[in-house]
Design a protein around this ligand. Structure first.
Ligand SMILES: *[C@@H]1O[C@H](CO)[C@@H](O)[C@H](O)[C@H]1NC(C)=O
Ligand SMILES: *[C@@H]1O[C@H](CO)[C@@H](O)[C@H](O)[C@H]1NC(C)=O
Ligand SMILES: *[C@@H]1O[C@H](CO)[C@@H](O)[C@H](O)[C@H]1NC(C)=O
Ligand SMILES: *[C@@H]1O[C@H](CO)[C@@H](O)[C@H](O)[C@H]1NC(C)=O
Ligand SMILES: *[C@@H]1O[C@H](CO)[C@@H](O)[C@H](O)[C@H]1NC(C)=O
Ligand SMILES: *[C@@H]1O[C@H](CO)[C@@H](O)[C@H](O)[C@H]1NC(C)=O
Ligand SMILES: *[C@@H]1O[C@H](CO)[C@@H](O)[C@H](O)[C@H]1NC(C)=O
Length: 686
């Protein structure tokens, strides 16, 4: 054999070594699937032992146990015992992922120059008294962890063939005792992976690791030993942290390509499933009628939806009754159906009343994504524990990182597979746990059962309503929400074509310097009139008026001031937000302060006061918004400007006039001949 051949032989030997991964898993948990995905990504050969066998190895998360794993490994090793070139890797699976491939493991194992290598950690378990017996080391992690073992098949066989204990005895204690026996340590040629070259246990080591983003792949870097571990293990209390790492490692998300698996595995929705929609109204919630309307506009067959409403708020009875009367036949059912017992409930969609879904495809998108638990809200959502502090939290909320994310807590809105409720979460009253609120309890139960929860920020789904400071002592309370929920306020109360004032020439000019533009919706007009009539104390149009400075009004109207119904702050805010920009547009160069003392609703009716004689207003400019419809609600009415011999006699509901107040625009209110006419008026910049 010449030198050349020798090299070839060596190369041949090196590459002929095969790596076989042996894992024990009795159930296909979410963690199991995640492990298998990372293994198949790197093309590992994996053999699963014990699947569907009853687990008798104890509650390893909380106490000792795991002997069943050694027993199964021992049985499997018998057939492999004489394969000298076979390297066996035995690892946990539910809480473990691969960050690198088989070649890297084999290379690092060669470099370790031992026949058997165990994972190491800084904490000793389960018997602290054994600490002294460990060989001393200069640096690195000192203690054995049995979640990761790699070695040549004959040696692994000699190791596990010593097992003669029970399934619920402790596997780690068993391996530790063998390792601590100096004779065995030498004959089996064993050592520990002290510096995390192959195995990274996260327990007690969370601060040592960082994500390392490369092109294509994401790894975990141990900053203390400057190593790139291949096997990452969320042992002990670090499951949530592993979930966080696995949102990236090995290739779930990176900066170049974003989410790699988001479009895999999408469910085909040709045959829509039954979804139980649970609506929870736990506190007075602004814009509830709009919330219900959004459920109606969900792009999902209504005969596949079953709706139940849990209402804790008397104030909302009227809204629910109204929705129910109008829509009870729209849905498959409209009451309570428990998803726990009904096999026809494929999904359960839990929706709190403060969730404003603006994406009508929400349900389809979540079901398509095909996981067990889904949620889709960020914004006001506070995540607990690790995630709140995780370095990616802000990036995910701000959608700088887009994808689907395994998270420890979700609230307000989520989708759960019916089968998950009936299987994994069965036997638990899953919304009840100690004193936790139902969402918290549900999430903790899911975590404890190893059910993964995901959040997606791939689409914009909606927003959360603020329920703080919702005063329900008015008649139409949403009118007051201009500060607390400005987006929803605008959507409900500001005219659909209002913004066209600024994009097109949408204002009209029926008389010189009298501008006419849309500003209020029908709802805004109706609710304001209702609010005034509910208050009811119309002034009667007398000259004596205690409400104003001086106590005397020369041209009195039959009116109620905004201040009288406690709406003055909100009204002034409305003027600044929605009227001032129009002023700047039509009277260019004039910057209004948006200040007004006289803000009121006027009522014209033949029975009381039908018209207003010609007058000037004490304002720089005046707005005058029609609150109801000519011909349907009243006859007559309108406004006449004397200087220009010009009248507008067909006011439009929701449209406002804007005209100079003093000097040029002497005007009068034309007689209302039948019915009742309402207008809202403000004298701006008096
Ligand atoms: C796994 O094997 C496939 C098919 O041979 C190959 O295309 C792929 O690159 C391999 N993956 C890795 C991470 O080596
Ligand atoms: C362990 O085995 C390697 C060869 O694989 C050998 O070089 C080394 O000396 C052995 N160590 C002990 C302590 O026997
Ligand atoms: C709610 O509104 C009523 C009526 O305007 C008012 O008297 C009351 O002070 C308000 N409550 C709060 C907490 O603002
Ligand atoms: C807004 O304008 C469009 C098109 O001009 C019209 O069809 C629609 O009815 C307007 N909306 C309202 C609320 O008047
Ligand atoms: C709006 O009307 C004015 C005056 O008629 C005209 O000068 C301007 O070009 C118009 N703007 C648009 C966007 O149509
Ligand atoms: C005012 O206009 C009307 C028609 O719109 C006309 O009949 C009347 O003569 C005008 N009055 C004056 C003073 O111009
Ligand atoms: C006045 O309005 C009422 C109801 O709105 C209607 O029945 C009646 O015909 C109207 N009268 C006149 C004279 O238009």
């Amino acid at each position: 054999m010449n030198f050349h051949n020798l090299i070839l032989l060596w190369v041949f030997l090196f590459f002929s070594e095969k790596l076989l991964v042996l894992i024990v898993a009795t159930e296909e948990t979410d963690g199991f699937h995640r492990f298998m995905q990372s293994a198949s990504y790197f093309n590992y050969t994996v053999k699963v032992l014990g699947m569907k066998e009853a687990w008798k190895g104890g509650d390893v998360g909380r106490s000792i146990g795991g002997g069943q794993k050694v027993r199964l490994l021992k049985e499997a090793m018998v057939a492999l015992a004489d394969q000298e070139d076979l390297v066996v890797l035995s690892v946990d699976s539910y809480d473990l992922i691969f960050a690198g491939g088989p070649d890297e493991i084999l290379r690092k194992f060669q470099q370790a120059n031992h026949k058997v290598l165990f994972a190491a950690e800084g904490l000793i378990w389960p018997d602290k008294r054994l600490a002294d017996k460990y060989p001393s080391i200069r640096s690195g992690k000192r203690y054995l962890n049995s979640g990761g073992i790699i070695g040549y098949a004959p040696y692994i066989n000699r190791l596990v063939s010593q097992w003669n204990l029970h399934d619920n005895d402790d596997d780690q204690l068993f391996y530790t005792k063998i390792y601590l026996d100096p004779l065995q340590r030498q004959t089996l040629n064993m050592t520990l992976d002290h510096k995390c070259q192959i195995f990274q246990n996260l327990n007690g080591a969370v601060d040592e690791v960082l994500l390392k983003f490369g092109t294509g792949r994401v790894r975990v870097r141990n900053t203390v030993y400057d190593s790139l571990p291949v096997v990452v293990h969320g042992n002990g209390n670090t499951k949530m942290y592993l979930n966080y790492l696995a949102n990236y490692v090995p290739n779930a998300w990176n900066y170049e390509h974003g989410c790699s698996h988001c479009d895999h595995d999408l469910l085909d929705l040709e045959m829509p499933n039954y979804v139980l929609v649970g609506v929870f109204i736990e506190q007075p919630t602004p814009f509830l009628p709009e919330f219900f309307q959004r459920i109606l506009t969900l792009d999902y067959p209504k005969d596949k939806l079953k709706l139940f409403v849990h209402n804790n708020v008397v104030y909302h009875e009227k809204h629910i009754q109204k929705f129910w009367k109008e829509n009870r036949n729209v849905f498959k059912s409209f009451k309570f159906v428990s998803c726990l017992s009904e096999a026809t409930c494929d999904y359960y969609f839990s929706l709190d009343s403060d969730v404003m879904l603006i994406n009508k495809h929400t349900l389809k998108l979540l079901i398509e994504q095909n996981s067990k638990l889904w949620s889709n809200f960020w914004g006001a959502l506070s995540l607990d524990g690790y995630y709140a502090r995780s370095e990616d939290y802000v990036d995910i909320v701000q959608r700088k990182r887009v994808g689907v994310w395994n998270i420890p807590f979700m609230a307000h809105v989520y989708l759960v597979k019916g089968s998950t409720l009936r299987n994994e979460l069965k036997g638990r009253n899953c919304f009840v746990l100690e004193k936790l609120d139902p969402d918290m309890a549900f999430c903790r139960n899911a975590r404890e059962m190893g059910v993964f929860m995901y959040i997606t920020n791939r689409h914009d789904f909606g927003r959360l309503i603020s329920t703080a400071n919702y005063n329900i002592s008015h008649y139409n309370n949403d009118l007051w929400q201009i500060f607390e929920n400005p987006v929803d306020w605008k959507e409900k109360y500001i005219h659909q074509n209002y913004t066209r004032i600024f994009t097109e020439n949408y204002t009209e000019e029926p008389c010189p310097d009298v501008f006419w533009f849309p500003v209020f919706t029908e709802e805004a007009c109706d609710e304001l009139v209702e609010e005034m009539e509910h208050y009811g104390s119309w002034s009667g149009g007398r000259h004596e008026d205690k409400r104003i400075a001086g106590g005397y009004e020369t041209v009195p109207t039959d009116d109620i001031h905004m201040k009288q119904i406690g709406f003055d702050k909100e009204w002034l805010h409305f003027i600044r937000e929605f009227i001032s920009p129009v002023t700047l547009k039509v009277f260019s160069g004039y910057y209004t302060k948006g200040y007004a003392i006289m803000n009121f609703v006027v009522k014209y009716t033949p029975e009381r006061q039908a018209y207003l004689r010609p007058h000037h207003d004490s304002s720089t400019f005046t707005i005058n918004i029609a609150l109801n419809n000519k011909n349907t609600d009243f006859q007559g009415g309108g406004c006449r400007f004397h200087r220009y011999n010009c009248s507008v006699d067909s006011p439009r509901k929701g449209w406002s006039f804007m005209h100079p107040g003093r000097l040029t625009h002497l005007h009068e209110g034309l007689p209302t001949t039948n019915g009742t006419r309402y207008i809202a008026v403000s004298f701006i910049d008096p």
